[in-house]
Design a protein around this ligand. Structure first.
Ligand code: ATP
Length: 220
């Protein structure tokens, strides 16, 4: 029996603006097991970020159901979704997921305090592993694009998530740093997480166990 960490059943997400409706995600069904690294590929605008936000419990799908580690995350209040996210989910977004009024280390510590009383990774070690140990006391707006991406990933990993969802984590990185980050994701999967990475990078697809292709909001 596989150890399912993430399950989505017929997830839809529509955006409405006036009379216009965008069908960003259309009936996505998927499952991720502990130990897997899965790449989510697809052209720009195919719905990758929207799908990740629904899977992470950041956004509420217009239809369908999402479970994280067996716990239903869709169809719940924002507060309930936030509680599940804090304990179970690491979500790294393209726009960054750091609070500007906290240092990098402060952001990691906040994520850890919200996760509460579990076996959490050492925040300083996590930053060192991502090659930004010297930026621990920097403010988010003092970071370069590549540093910000890595700091965002460190925050996503700070709660020792069961499910890690990363949106273009290597877009701003050089090849060596990208390889380092991919090996860190692999290591987290080996420790039992399920990892889903939305990316246009061939290196990410090569490093993954399998690839999901999204086109016009549907899995191919
Ligand atoms: N808040 C929003 N309101 C209205 N439409 C939106 C919103 N966010 C995204 N969309 C639309 O939904 C579709 C999917 O967008 P999404 O950002 O999920 O795609 P993506 O595959 O992540 O793109 P990229 O690779 O460029 O990041 C696009 O047509 C986009 O314009």
């Amino acid at each position: 029996m596989t150890d399912t960490r993430l399950r989505a059943d017929r997830v839809y997400r529509f955006y409405r603006a006036g009379d216009e409706e965008t069908l960003a995600v259309q009936g996505v069904t998927l499952e991720l097991a502990a130990g897997e690294v899965v790449a989510l590929c697809g052209p720009s605008g195919s719905g990758k970020s929207t799908l990740l936000a629904c899977l992470a419990g950041i956004d509420e799908p217009s239809g369908g159901t999402v479970w994280i580690a067996g716990e239903r995350v869709s169809g719940r209040t924002e507060a309930e979704r936030a509680r599940i996210r804090a304990r179970r989910v690491g979500a790294m977004s393209q726009s960054g997921n750091l609070f500007g009024h906290l240092t990098v280390l402060g952001n990691l510590r906040l994520a850890q305090s919200l996760a509460q009383g579990r076996d959490l990774p050492d925040a300083s070690e996590l930053l060192a592993e991502l090659g930004i140990g010297t930026r621990a006391h920097a403010w988010p707006d003092q970071l370069s694009g590549g540093e910000l991406v890595r700091a965002s990933l460190a925050v996503a990993l700070a709660n020792g998530p069961s499910v890690l969802l990363a949106d273009e984590p290597t877009g701003e990185l050089d090849e060596t740093t990208e390889a380092r980050l991919l090996s860190l994701l692999r290591q987290r999967a080996e420790n039992g997480a399920a990892v889903l990475v939305a990316s246009h990078s061939q290196a990410v697809a090569r490093a993954a166990d399998r690839t999901l292709y999204l086109e016009d909001g549907k899995l191919a």
